[in-house]
Design a protein around this ligand. Structure first.
Ligand SMILES: [Zn+2]
Length: 62
């Protein structure tokens, strides 16, 4: 886990976060073969999701 500093949960004010992915690809369309997984950064205290980040945004570049 990467330490994430200077962030506070907007729901409970907690400062401990972790990251996880659901291993589902975000794709441009149903027939796209390429896509990117999402990394969720969430509060380990209440579960509020702070941010969702793509692991590979380059696949959406033209
Ligand atoms: Zn929280």
């Amino acid at each position: 886990m990467t330490p994430i500093e200077d962030r506070k949960c907007r729901n409970c004010g907690g400062s401990e976060f972790d990251e996880a992915t659901d291993y589902l690809l975000l794709r441009k369309s149903k027939v796209s073969f390429v896509g990117s997984e999402k990394i969720y950064t969430f509060c380990t205290n209440c579960g509020e999701v702070l941010s969702i980040r793509l692991t590979n945004p380059n696949v959406f570049k033209k």
